[in-house]
Write a protein that binds this ligand. Structure first.
Ligand code: PLP
Ligand code: FES
Length: 387
């Protein structure tokens, strides 16, 4: 059975072009880019080329910094800890209730163990940031604002350019976790007031375990990992050259990407579900959402059970409930949006890529409705409710 993969916000297939670009650096070109001899030359050049490709993908100035990391989590951690270390007189952070665990778990830790005050700005029922609460939280005590470009569960896009301007008025640095946005929506950092941006290769058809933190020129910086002088002392440790080359190639491919086709397929999926399944609702901002993401809540059906039954039919999706913890609890994002109890437990995330086909969407639309019917019939809340 051919598998239908609709979980591209979890991770993506490696682009064959990225694999091809990586292979020489796993074989003949094994050198250390810091070496002065010939074996280090190609890796050093490849490192610079990848840096240029990433800068181009995010529309950043050629003289700004790219720091290659082990992925999105390390980029987020570096940004947050750097901002706190850069100005010890500022001991507050502003973030949102719907960030990825890479940001939220670190903020929880900083609050509990390191005496940092954390403002977690709420969102409305569509996942949009409460701007008034955001303005109120900004003060000269805030070292850093960290707000995601796009949400991994619902795809809701935050207006980060404007949010960054507000942060600067309060003298705070602005970091954005753009792990889900890069490669899916156009990003032009030039001309914005964003100071730092995190990205991760495996979310846009690059390899896993490699990402980057972008730093605006002149932004104060303190390394997370100290040691050798690699990456101008910003991140010690011999660079993961094959991974970085794969990231660079994936960035080049993403730059030419056409997101219109993915959006059309996503809309076909949503309209198809809404037409076939009663009491289903699409979560997230109806207007400003990633083109590949759809989070649908099915009243009176358990999300985990939908995931398992779809899996048996060869279709891979994610459940908003329990995705992070493995517990039978709706995710923090669903809870933050105050999705009613009956729907919160039945949230499913469908995330497409440009490899997704119309035939795959149609297969989902055939398989899904009877699964939801079957589960609702078992629901203790009564199948009658959805008739
Ligand atoms: C919004 C967001 N931030 C950060 C991460 C973490 O990235 P990585 O898996 O590369 O550490 C993810 C991955 O799920 C994500 O979706
Ligand atoms: S964070 Fe994974 S689907 Fe919710």
């Amino acid at each position: 059975m051919e598998r239908v993969y609709l979980d591209n916000n979890a991770t993506t297939r490696l682009a064959p072009e990225a694999l091809q670009a990586m292979l020489p650096f796993l074989t003949e070109e094994f050198g250390n880019p810091s070496s002065l001899h010939g074996q280090g030359r190609a890796p050093a050049r490849a490192l610079m080329a990848a840096r240029r490709a990433v800068l181009e993908l995010i529309g950043a100035e050629a003289d700004s910094e790219i720091l290659f990391t082990s992925g999105g989590t390390e980029a987020d951690t570096t940004a947050i800890r750097s901002a706190l270390a850069a100005d010890p007189s500022r001991r507050e952070i502003v973030t949102s209730t719907v960030e990825h665990a890479a940001v939220l778990a670190l903020c929880d830790h900083l609050e509990r163990q390191e005496g940092v005050t954390v403002h977690r700005i709420p969102v409305d029922g569509d996942g949009r940031l409460d701007i008034e609460a955001y303005r109120a939280a900004l003060s000269p005590r805030v070292a850093l604002v960290s707000l995601m470009w796009a949400n991994n569960e619902t795809g809701t896009v935050f207006p980060v350019e404007g949010l960054a301007e507000l942060a600067h008025r309060a003298g705070a640095l602005f970091h954005t976790d753009a792990v889900q946005a890069v490669g899916k929506v156009p990003i032009v950092l030039r001309g914005t007031e964003i100071d730092m941006l995190s990205l991760s290769a495996h979310k846009f058809h690059g390899p896993k375990g490699v990402g980057a933190l972008w730093l605006r020129k002149g932004v104060p910086f303190q390394p997370l990992i100290r040691g050798g002088r690699q990456q101008r002392g910003h991140r010690a440790g011999t660079e993961n050259i094959p991974g970085i080359v794969g990231l660079g190639r994936a960035a080049e491919l993403a730059l030419g990407g056409d997101h219109g086709a993915v959006r059309l397929l996503r809309d076909r999926l949503e309209q198809g579900i809404l037409a076939r399944v009663p009491k289903a609702r699409v979560l997230g901002d109806p207007l400003d959402r990633l083109p590949n993401t759809s989070c649908v809540a099915f009243d009176f059906a358990e999300g985990e059970a939908i995931v398992m039954l779809l899996d048996r039919a060869g279709i891979c999706v994610s459940s908003g409930a329990a995705c992070a913890s493995g517990a039978m609890e709706p995710s923090h994002v669903i809870r933050a949006m105050k999705v009613p109890f009956t729907a919160a437990h039945g949230a499913i995330r469908f995330s497409l890529s440009h490899w997704t086909t119309a035939a795959e969407i149609d297969r989902l639309l055939e398989v899904l409705p009877p699964i939801v019917d079957q589960l609702r019939a078992l629901s203790p809340f009564g199948a009658e409710e959805v008739k």
